[in-house]
Design a protein around this ligand. Structure first.
Ligand code: NAP
Ligand code: MG
Length: 488
């Protein structure tokens, strides 16, 4: 049951106008802590999507010719507007997908920092001079935009992920069509309002909400799209790859993870427990870099397990808007159901549920998707809870005989996004850096956590192999022209 209160209906933003869909249909976004409707967004049709891509297509030449420095200035302006709206946007995020207010504020602040980082790119170099074998010639490279970039994002970082795609796309001279996750469409709309206020030329920034199957798939398949950047599930990512490679357009995919943490016999156990709890349970385990497997050397297994259980028992669950709440609800009913399914699956497979895994009931909890974080012991490598991305607050504890065994277990997954090791032994650290098959390697630090100025992305089935953020973004959002000039 959902209670409807008077809420705002958000529009698409196409060619600098706020427009409604001709379908006349909207969908509701729900607060997972209360099941109240937070707002509505447009259930757009292929027609609006087409208008948005057409607008982006028509705007691309003038936007490219405006120059990188002027484009950077518009991102600085957007950052200031977002900063002025930080509290409202963070609150919307907590209400829409459940993460606690301090985390939502942190994410919004990160979005602002990302905008400023890429705004600064407006004044940085866009090529290199390379000596020619002809002494009378000048040879250099120059970056050029790709054209219209499609941006498809998930609900778990509704501010940071769209911005880390959109900001570099724009500063390097691309126009965009942004399709947000439906479960985060209200927060996305508020971010789009900031871009709209900054005053980008018509058609540069377009926003269309609606289902993945109509708007998302329509965007992927649109003949006027020049590139697509996607973060989300592996199955949708694969269909992006198929469609984009068939048409020879550039694509970038960031997908799931099954991120391991290794705890060795000489680790600082308290530090490891703290890192594992934060990495596995913050945001209800719904980060692509969240810890989901903890591989512990035999010698310290029991000590680590007991301390992990003791600390997990202190976690306070509730509405993320409330002071003192450390863990909010699962982001949606579907996440809640997935959590319950995997708790059952883990038990059936013979793993031992040693902590949590319950649905919370009672006054405070009945209206929301609240659970206690779960810890399974006696997990073996072939179990579903050791292989599938659950995207919920669930830890699989796995025992390893030594470091080599631990790294082998850590690599025994189709994914390769992030991994960390807790140890005080330098040789173990060096071996881990060398042998672990992931894009984000973390030592004595939790598996989650990214810095906007450094490359972000995974190996194996977690990524298409490209990297986002930092300078790496330039490689995706631009093509290189090699120029050779002689006098006449
Ligand atoms: P999802 O279902 O794949 O959705 C991601 C986006 O794709 C949403 O905007 C969705 O729209 C859209 N979409 C759905 N079906 C589509 C289709 N057929 N064609 C085109 N677009 C389509 O993933 P999610 O459930 O939102 O997010 C969770 C997943 O994201 C997890 O697997 C997680 O690991 C991954 N993730 C990865 C990273 C990373 O950087 N590696 C970061 C965050 C999340 P609708 O919302 O309208 O369905
Ligand atoms: Mg989804």
């Amino acid at each position: 049951m959902t209670t409807t209160i008077t809420t705002k209906t958000y529009s698409n933003y196409i060619n600098n106008e706020w427009v409604e869909t001709t379908s006349g249909k909207t969908f509701a976004s729900i607060n997972p802590a209360t099941k109240e409707v937070l707002g509505h967004a447009q259930s757009s049709t292929a027609e609006e999507l087409d208008q948005a891509v057409e607008a982006a297509h028509n705007a691309k030449k003038a936007w490219r010719k405006l120059g990188q420095a002027a484009r950077g200035q518009l991102l600085f302006k957007t950052a200031n507007i977002l900063e002025a709206n930080l509290d409202e946007i963070a609150e919307s995020m907590t209400k829409e997908m459940g993460k606690t207010l301090p985390e939502a504020k942190g994410e919004t602040a990160r979005g602002i920092a990302i905008l400023r980082y890429y705004a600064g790119e407006g004044m940085r170099k866009d090529g290199d001079v390379i000596p020619s074998s002809d002494k009378d010639a000048l040879m250099f490279t120059k970056r050029t935009p790709l054209g219209v970039v499609g941006v498809i994002t998930p609900w778990n970082f509704p501010v940071a992920i769209p911005i880390w795609k959109i900001a570099p796309a724009l500063v390097y001279g691309n126009t965009i069509v942004f399709k947000p996750a439906s479960e985060a469409a209200v927060t996305a709309s508020k971010v789009v309002e900031c871009f709209a206020q900054a005053g980008f030329p018509e058609g540069v920034f377009n926003f269309v909400t609606g289902s993945g199957s109509v708007v998302g798939q329509g965007l992927i398949d649109h003949p006027k799209l020049n590139a697509i950047t996607f973060t989300g599930s592996e199955s949708v990512g694969q269909s992006v790859a198929k469609s984009a490679s068939a048409r020879g357009i550039k694509f970038q995919l960031e997908m799931g993870g099954k991120n391991p943490v290794i705890v060795t016999k000489n680790a600082n156990i308290d530090q490891a427990v703290e890192g594992v709890i934060s990495g596995a349970f913050r945001s209800s385990g719904q980060k692509c870099t969240a810890t989901s497997r903890v591989i512990v050397e035999e010698k310290v297994f029991d000590e680590f397990k007991q301390k992990l259980i003791n600390e997990s028992a202190k976690i306070t669950v509730g509405d993320g808007l409330e002071d003192g709440v450390w863990l909010g609800p699962c982001a949606s009913e579907s996440q809640f159901n997935t959590f319950k399914e995997y708790i059952e699956k883990g038990k059936q497979e013979g793993a031992n549920l040693v902590h949590g895994g319950e649905v919370l009931t009672g006054d405070k909890y009945d209206k929301g998707f609240f659970v206690t974080p779960a810890i399974f012991d006696e997990v073996t490598a072939e179990m579903a809870i050791a292989q599938d991305e659950i995207f919920g607050p669930v830890i699989a504890l796995i025992k390893a005989s030594d470091l080599e065994d631990a790294i082998e277990l850590a690599n025994n997954t189709k994914y390769g996004l992030s991994a960390s090791i807790f140890t005080s032994d330098i040789n173990s650290i060096l071996e881990f850096i060398d042998d672990i098959e992931v894009g984000l390697v973390r030592i004595n630090a939790e598996s989650a956590g990214v810095e906007l100025q450094a490359p972000f992305g995974g190996m194996k089935a977690s990524s298409s192999g490209s990297r986002e953020q930092g300078e790496a973004a330039k490689d995706f959002y631009t093509a290189i022209k090699t120029v050779f000039i002689k006098g006449s």
